[in-house]
Write a protein that binds this ligand. Structure first.
Ligand code: CA
Ligand code: CA
Ligand code: CA
Ligand code: CA
Length: 646
């Protein structure tokens, strides 16, 4: 267990010292968003968890919730996937069931879920086991049987075809499942029973082809290690695969815990495992970690999509994290998900981080998410946990970062690319691409994008690209010396770093501070291969370049002269739809960002909305107005996974 490793990632508190001593500036007046763009966007674009009557696709045709998909666990249908094989369906009723005289039929259900899980006979008979539960249960469950091997493709992702299922019982037979159907109840409640881990796979080790759906898991997370809602992976030989969790509401998990690192809502300890889909689930007011672990070599094809995470800490103590994953896995996607620090509800907050992509991880896509008062951190080194390879091929695309919490004692950042002077050349971030994001704050960015990439062991490889983003101020943070100027983009590796990252591309961004003196770009050395072009900066924007004194800044014209960059960049204030409300789409009449920029279609094919970018109709910033042909997710929830092939 990597328990010493409690690094605060992108959002919070530890950066003020590293930033050095800026000159003091006035703290900006706190503004409220004039209109809640983020809330509208979440609804319109179907971000996060959406409670729905049926999340099953039993006939594997890629369409969820059709009439034929709603027969599983209805108390009648024997072959709910219509494949000609009658499944082993076992029913459990917390009130009317009996473990003594029950037989698992709908007329004579068991009383406990574990009784049904123990009675399931496994995949050898060719019929998968489906456990349907009704009532409130006070159990810690151990799934003991794999499903029948096999998968089908939906949106290019492998889902289990005939899994062992643990699902809510549609007892009223209306084709609507809990928790959406309030007439049906399927709740695992740790508050009135054993409360460490709700569902584990413990007895038989590594199991594959598992589906858990349409349940509520609440009030778990007790005194022992590996407390939480789900621990579905195990160490050992062989590959575990095809685990699918959807339409599960996880509420108040790990709330009483101060020692965070072994308390994980959805544990990713174990491995290797592949083809894991955690899709359309609610994780409401949790503490400690949502997802933590070190998926090793051979692990990958892991998709998180349409989750809503809302944090709730432990009285300002300990730390709360969305994801922290490291190890030699390849291929994780986090899509269309809301990560909400929920800071206003539990202040004073302790240490908080959103998405931590850590040492050894490669081929990640973080796309289309909404991150509220949390950020994304790339942490390639942790002392004592050497992985022997860099963070590589990390794409952070089309996300909304919103920061409105004033309580941080440091420098809020949307994206933090970290680097360590003591790390070797493998413990670094090589290729990372940051595109099409809205970074919006009412209270200040220490750095919208902060980069400290480099290492101490050898020449730094890779390129960090920051292209087509809209980063808006105020740029401001509180240090121990008082309020300071922040930055839109800062490249500030530790001064003692022997091999700093020299390859940066900064293209087509809108960087818009609101207070004169705030810095649009700050770089305290002279990267030998900086490309900066096609950007739109705020009028009066300040810059810093190759200067050890943090308070020394320069004008845009001075910056162009000393860097030799940004000849085709400009200053101006683009016409946003509603900047005060966080909506950084461009108005059609904008003439500042439209027509500015360079061709970035080799870096990114779309804009913030997934609309195509043109190589000739150039626009700076994340939004290309008037471009509306493809790319939006409408209607059904999809798992649109597109892993980069190495
Ligand atoms: Ca279907
Ligand atoms: Ca069947
Ligand atoms: Ca069976
Ligand atoms: Ca129902």
């Amino acid at each position: 267990m990597n328990r010493m490793l409690c690094f605060v990632l992108a959002s919070a508190v530890c950066a003020s010292l590293a930033y050095g001593d800026d000159h003091t500036r006035a703290e900006p007046a706190t503004m409220k968003p004039s209109k809640d763009f983020v809330a509208d966007y979440i609804r319109a674009e179907k971000k996060g968890y959406i409670s729905r009557p049926c999340g099953f696709d039993m006939n594997h045709n890629g369409i969820i919730g059709e009439p034929g998909d709603r027969l599983v666990g209805d108390g009648k249908t024997r072959d709910p996937d219509a494949d000609g094989v009658e499944e082993d369906i076992l029913y459990v009723d917390a009130k009317a069931g009996s473990d003594e005289v029950g037989d698992g039929s709908p007329a004579k259900p068991y009383k406990t879920v574990q009784k049904a899980l123990d009675a399931a006979d496994g995949p050898a008979d060719g019929a998968e086991d489906i456990i349907c539960i009704s009532g409130i249960f006070r159990e810690e469950l151990a799934i003991k049987r794999s499903g029948v091997a096999g998968h089908y493709l939906r949106d290019n992702f492998q889902f289990p075809r005939n899994p062992t299922m643990l699902i809510g019982w549609d007892k009223d037979g209306d084709g609507e499942y809990p928790p959406y159907d309030k007439d049906d109840i399927a709740v695992l409640d740790g508050n009135v029973g054993p409360n460490n881990l709700a569902i584990g796979i413990r007895t038989d080790g590594k199991l594959s082809n598992i589906e858990i759906a349409h349940l509520t898991i609440r009030n778990y997370g007790g005194l022992y290690k590996e407390a939480g809602a789900l621990k579905l992976f195990h160490w050992g030989t062989g590959l575990q695969s095809h685990v699918y969790v959807h339409d599960v509401e996880m509420r108040a998990i790990n709330r009483a815990i101060k020692d965070a690192s072994a308390r994980i809502v959805c544990s990713f300890w174990g491995g290797p495992f592949t083809d894991v889909a955690i899709v359309n689930n609610l994780v409401d007011e949790y503490a400690s970690y949502f997802c933590r672990g070190a998926p090793p070599a051979g692990a990958g094809r892991i998709c998180f999509q349409n989750l809503t995470l809302k944090m709730f800490g432990t009285s300002g103590k300990g730390h709360v994290t969305g994801w922290k994953l490291w190890g030699l896995h390849n291929g994780v996607e986090i899509l269309d998900t809301i990560v909400n620090c929920n800071a206003h509800a539990w202040k004073p907050v302790g240490a908080v981080s959103g998405i931590g992509i850590c040492q050894g991880a490669q081929d990640w896509v973080v796309r289309g998410n909404v991150l509220i008062d949390v950020g994304v951190g790339l942490q390639p080194h942790a002392k004592g946990y050497y992985q022997g390879r860099p963070l590589n091929n990390i794409l952070i695309d089309r996300n909304v970062f919103q920061s409105t919490y004033t309580g941080w004692n440091g420098a809020p950042m949307a994206i933090h690319v970290q680097g360590y002077p003591g790390a070797d050349a493998n413990e670094t971030v090589q290729n990372a691409t940051i595109t099409n994001n809205f970074m919006y704050t009412t209270v200040g960015w220490g750095g919208g994008v902060r980069c400290a990439a480099g290492n101490g062991g050898g020449p730094q490889k890779g390129t960090i690209r920051i292209a087509g983003n809209t980063i808006c101020g105020p740029f401001f943070y509180k240090s121990i010396w008082g309020p300071r100027n922040g930055r839109g983009i800062s490249i500030l590796p530790n001064a003692s770093m022997l091999h700093k990252q020299n390859d940066y591309v900064i293209e087509n961004n809108i960087i818009a501070n609101t207070v004169e003196g705030d810095k649009n770009i700050e770089i305290d050395y002279a990267p030998s291969n900086l490309v900066s072009r096609g950007n739109v900066y705020a009028p009066g924007a300040k810059f810093r370049w190759n200067e050890t004194k943090h308070w020394v800044t320069m004008s845009f014209s001075q910056w162009k002269a000393v860097t030799g960059q940004d000849a085709d960049s400009k200053t101006g204030r683009p016409a946003f739809v509603d900047a005060a409300g966080g909506n950084f789409h461009l108005r059609p009449e904008d003439i500042v960002a439209q027509g500015a920029g360079v061709d970035i279609t080799k870096t990114t094919k779309t804009d913030f909305d997934g609309h195509p970018r043109s190589s000739t109709h150039l626009v700076a910033g994340a939004d290309v107005p008037g471009s509306k042909t493809t790319g939006k997710l409408k209607g059904k929830l999809k798992c649109t996974v597109h892993f980069m092939i190495k």
